[in-house]
Ligand binder design. Structure first.
Ligand code: RIB
Ligand code: CA
Length: 310
């Protein structure tokens, strides 16, 4: 499966990256693109390059949009810190970006492939929306877009909207309206895909990737501890583990639209959950539950596999 990973690292974006890197038998990671979200696009790009360099995985990295389609920027230091990936102290990266804009790089990369590409997107969907708007013909070469984003019932950044969609609802609407099959890991499944604070110790080993994951989790879990929650949702890991082991998940096929105007609901993904609704409009496989223990075991196993690379 050919993969392009669009992200805003972000602790949980890195967990998703490690899952992609740990399974070359399934994932042919063509490259990564970055988008402003958890932090500025400069900071999230630096975070991504540092991790790739630290793990000795050289893949293309191209910088994407510094803001939403309507020009807004919105960072999330509460959960991810000022750097966007507080916790581990990684050395400067030995790698550099491609020099191509993310949209151009994605277009050229997909165009050069002999088979369709799956896009995994774990940040705001600005880059993907720009790709589909500027190069509509590329849609036929995209197998699926697997996103972390949205929700069916309540939000996290507002009472109704999930962060990735909220940051760029216009972009999300372009993606959901595109006709490309979508797998949506929304808050319902992400809140089930939680690592308990007591389970973080499983990563406290000498392995390079496990130690990095442990240090990331140590900082990332502070937010949940502060809220008095028993663990931390591993949001961005969901779309990748679903591609790897779909049987661990429960999903429902729905028509999902995006509210772009509402005073109280802007950024809400609106899934038509009425069983008798028009099935011809279905555009998304919405994940709603996961076997949590198995999911955590995969998370631990991914790090262990990267540890073996030395
Ligand atoms: O709402 C969770 C999403 O917001 C995740 O992608 C996390 O990385 C943050 O970007
Ligand atoms: Ca993210």
């Amino acid at each position: 499966m050919k993969i392009i990973f669009d992200c805003d690292p972000g602790h949980d974006d890195i967990f998703a990256l490690c899952a992609l890197l740990a399974h070359p038998e399934l994932f042919d990671l063509l490259g990564c693109t970055t988008v402003a979200g958890n932090q500025t696009v400069e900071k999230v790009t630096d975070n991504l390059l540092r991790v790739l360099s630290y793990l000795h995985h050289k893949v293309d990295v191209s910088i994407g949009s510094p803001c939403s389609l309507d020009g807004r920027t919105f960072v999330q230091p509460v959960a991810h810190g000022e750097s966007g990936m507080d916790g581990p102290k990684l050395p400067e990266s030995n790698f550099s970006v491609t020099g191509l804009d993310a949209v151009e790089w994605i277009y050229q990369t997909i165009f050069d492939q002999s088979s369709p590409v799956t896009i995994v997107a774990t940040g705001p969907l600005t880059n993907i929306a720009n790709l589909l708007s500027h190069y509509p013909s590329i849609k036929s070469r995209i197998e699926r877009i697997a996103i972390m984003g949205g929700s069916l019932y309540s939000g996290n950044i507002t009472s109704q909207a999930e962060f990735n969609i909220y940051v760029d609802p216009l972009a999300a609407k372009i993606v959901f309206d595109s006709g490309i099959p979508i797998t949506m890991s929304g808050l319902e499944v992400c809140h089930q895909a939680m690592i308990l604070h007591s389970e973080i110790e499983r990563f406290n080993t000498k392995g390079k990737a496990s130690k990095l994951t442990y240090e990331l989790l140590e900082f990332y879990s502070r937010f949940a501890k502060h809220l008095g929650q028993p663990g931390s949702p591993l949001f961005d890991l969901c779309p990748v583990v679903e591609l790897l082991y779909p049987h661990l998940f429960t999903s429902v096929d729905l028509f999902v639209d995006v509210e772009t105007q509402g005073e109280l609901t802007c950024g809400k993904t609106v899934g038509d959950v009425r069983g008798w609704a028009d099935k011809s409009k279905v555009n998304a496989k919405v994940l709603v539950d996961v076997d949590r223990q198995a999911f955590i075991d995969v998370f631990v196993e991914n790090a262990g596999m990267l540890d073996k690379e030395g």
